[in-house]
Ligand binder design. Structure first.
Ligand code: ATP
Ligand code: MG
Length: 648
């Protein structure tokens, strides 16, 4: 095997289907002229500045970009408060009394907040924070359920220049403690609890445990979501409703520098210890605004539903800042998709008339496993655009999504990006780019994405590693408290590009196919194989719901793929089926990818953000002590898998 082979990714799965947008969709799309790509490529700075100009600035920037790799400053000298673009500007327009959020709680309670009401709620809460002594630059930790007070809390921090650090409400007390201490937060905002699958998540109770080891926290604000019992520590804990009662409904925004910090947020921890990513104001706002407008084709009459929790970056960028800057109406739902029944999401779409729906492949694979009978119970014809984010989407899941949710009538935008990138980087502009199932298609205008080999040579067709060669406005500025790790993780692999640590292939049409994390690549008989392609081939089998593939040591091949497989409802595991699946993979992508072993399992280990943790599967398969498991959604899955693996 020539040596160069091992330095790029072999790509074997081929997908020929192509879906151009309908004429009607293209005609009405926000981006409907291919010139946008050319113009942005010729002058990316001017492209981004054209979006920044549509936002509210107190003082215009002197310079669009100052770039001293890896340190970027966007809109240098510009002054603004991000909440003026998200709230004040709408309150001063004919959107004043338009719904900003339509919210439904898991038990079925409903609330609507107009832009005017949201503005007042944010200002009141901002005044309450000020009264407790929170100042510009202070870090505020937020640990809440998906209720309107969550975005209100973020926006109130931004209003007074405090740096928010949201910790997903599904995290354990230990994870919360670690993140509070890392950020050095002064205040924590939480709630008595939140609903999930008919049960109460005891947030305040868990926060109390976390706070036993958080010396920097001086005050805790507790929102009363239900009537859940809590312990109140006098002097430290304050009820939200008491603080805002009588607070002034206006709050002069703190005027911030474009490069002042907006938030820190921890990555989901799929590959190891989470990184506290820092984002600044002006560039981030510009990036989320431009991508919301063009990728989601946002229109005044849309009802946008991004199902991500605000505890993840997707919720920051595409529930809070991007859509609010566009002045649209959004649906927020508090609870689980299968509560009280597996049609809950489809019922919400029908009841409220959702037009744009943005979710994750892991959710789509669950919907597939539950069966089409659930979406079929509802009229989903209000939908006009679908989105996907978080993991590579297998062609099979993509096709299912298009047919059964989109009614073959909605473009799908598969959006690749990371906590670190702040906003969408690779995705189709839905009125322009014909889609291919499983491909995130092309870089967003103004973004320079390319495929490189280990040494940093560009690959024009074939597999390799993703790199971003030009700075972009929403890029992370550092890892909180650890700039060295920032430089080492993202900026040290190549001299000319940012390294996101994802594998990718580029096809003959220049389409990009994300192949999963670099850590998940296997080296089989001298070929670098992406686990994602083997998984896609497995999921392509009609009996398979989900699959995770890892490489283990093999005497002859170096490494060999083994597969953990979850079957669709009602299907029994058997040796016959295992043999069939091995054959199916060999047929689909070639003998080299044939799994050495198939292990059937009722579930796979996933992060709380829903991503499969192959790292743990590798540990199980190699009999190692398990690495960091704090981000696991359900630790018992690992125990079951260990037993199964040992039995096998
Ligand atoms: P950690 O960095 O702590 O391991 P994480 O990478 O899962 O956690 P996020 O920033 O939430 O944390 O996720 C970004 C990653 O998710 C990307 O680097 C990529 O691997 C994957 N991803 C996101 N969107 C897509 C997509 N559309 N297609 C393929 N992969 C995607
Ligand atoms: Mg990552």
């Amino acid at each position: 095997m020539p040596n160069s082979k091992a330095k790029t990714l072999e790509t074997l799965l081929s997908e020929e289907r192509l879906f151009p947008p309908s004429k009607q969709f293209s005609a009405q799309a926000n981006a409907n002229d291919f010139d946008i790509y050319k113009k942005a490529a010729n002058d990316p700075e001017a492209f981004w500045a054209s979006f920044a100009s549509q936002l509210v600035w107190r003082k215009k920037w002197d310079k669009i970009l100052e770039w001293n790799r890896p340190d970027a400053k966007w809109f240098v000298g510009g002054k603004l408060n991000i909440t003026e673009s998200c709230l004040d500007v709408h309150v001063a327009s004919d959107r004043r009394h338009k719904a900003a959020f339509i919210w439904e709680g898991e038990p079925g309670d409903r609330r609507i907040l107009t832009y005017y009401e949201l503005y007042r709620a944010v200002c009141k809460f901002a005044n309450a924070l000020k009264k407790l002594g929170v100042e510009k630059g202070d870090r505020v930790a937020i640990y809440m359920p998906m209720i309107p007070e969550l975005p209100i809390a973020l926006l109130a921090c931004a209003r007074i220049g405090a740096v928010h650090s949201v910790v997903f409400g599904g995290f354990s007390p230990e994870s919360l403690r670690e993140r509070i201490n890392d950020a050095g937060a002064k205040l924590l905002i939480t709630a008595d609890g939140g609903w999930r699958r008919g049960r109460i998540i005891p947030l305040k109770h868990d926060a109390d445990i976390a706070l036993e080891g958080c010396p920097t926290i001086r005050d805790v604000i507790v929102f009363k979501r239900g009537d859940f019992p809590v312990h109140i520590t006098e002097g430290r804990d304050h009820w939200w409703h008491r603080l805002v009662d009588g607070a002034a409904p206006d709050c002069e925004p703190e005027i911030m520098d474009a490069e002042d910090p907006l938030f820190t947020l921890y990555t989901s921890g799929t590959t190891g210890k989470p990184k506290g990513i820092l984002h600044t104001i002006g560039g981030y706002l510009t990036g989320v605004y431009a991508t919301t407008k063009l990728v989601f084709d946002m229109k005044p009459q849309d009802l946008f539903w991004c199902t991500a929790d605000i505890g993840w970056v997707t919720g920051h960028s595409y529930v809070v800042y991007g859509p609010l800057a566009c002045g649209v109406t959004q649906l927020i739902y508090e609870g689980a998709p299968d509560w009280p029944d597996k049609n809950r999401f489809w019922k919400l779409i029908e009841d409220y008339g959702v037009t744009i729906f943005y979710t994750a492949p892991t959710a789509i694979r669950s919907f597939m496993r539950w069966g089409v009978k659930w979406p079929k119970m509802h009229n989903l014809s209000s939908l006009r655009l679908l989105g996907s984010v978080g993991e590579p989407i297998n062609p099979e899941a993509w096709m299912w999504y298009q047919e059964h949710i989109g009614g073959d009538n909605c473009p799908i935008v598969d959006t690749w990006w990371q906590t670190e990138t702040g906003h969408i980087m690779i995705a189709p502009l839905p009125g322009l780019i014909p889609t291919k199932p499983g491909s995130a298609t092309k870089a967003f205008p103004g973004i320079s994405a390319a495929v490189f080999d280990e040494q940093g040579n560009e690959i024009v067709e074939g597999g390799g590693f993703l790199g971003i060669t030009k700075p972009w406005p929403g890029m992370a500025r550092t890892i909180w408290g650890d700039h060295e790790r920032f430089v080492k993780t993202y900026w040290s692999k190549w001299p000319h590009a940012y390294f996101p640590a994802d594998g990718v292939k580029v096809d003959q049409d220049g389409y990009l196919w994300l192949l999963g994390r670099v850590d998940d690549v296997m080296l089989v008989a001298g070929h670098n194989l992406s686990t994602m392609e083997v998984e896609s081939a497995l999921v392509d089998h009609q009996m398979v719901a989900e699959a995770a593939v890892v490489g283990i040591q093999h005497e002859i091949k170096g490494q060999a793929p083994i597969a953990f497989v979850t079957l669709k409802g009602g299907i029994e595991a058997s040796n016959d089926l295992a043999a069939q699946l091995k054959e199916h993979v060999a047929q689909k992508i070639g003998n080299i990818a044939r799994p050495e072993q198939i292990i059937f399992s009722s579930d796979l280990p996933k992060t709380r953000s829903g991503k499969i943790m192959r790292r743990l599967l590798r540990d199980i398969a190699t009999g190692k002590v398990l690495g960091d498991t704090t981000t696991l959604a359900d630790p018992s899955v690992v125990e079951e898998l260990k037993m199964k693996y040992e039995e096998d």
